[in-house]
Design a protein. Sequence first.
Length: 102
Amino acid sequence: MDATTQNPFRDQVAIITGGGAGIGEGIVQALVGQGARVAIADVDRSTAEAFAVDLASPNVMVTEVDVSQLDQVAGSVNEVPGRFGRVDTLVNCAGWKVKKKP
């Protein structure tokens, strides 16, 4: 078994929306642990940056994005290749509260 078979995310580039907390945080940890380069895309920049500091990896970047705003999504996605050269994987784990109708 070669290294890629054992670790399919090694050297891959992933964007994880909602990556600063909750399930997204766990996905980020798993991918970084497998050698991926990961962009934590989150609406809460300070939480995402604190998490990135805790990870202490040069393979992590933070991009602030509200996934309900198309222009922010486009800007965020365009940032990642500038840092990591490309994007291989996107995990959309961001959520938002939907206002209930009266």
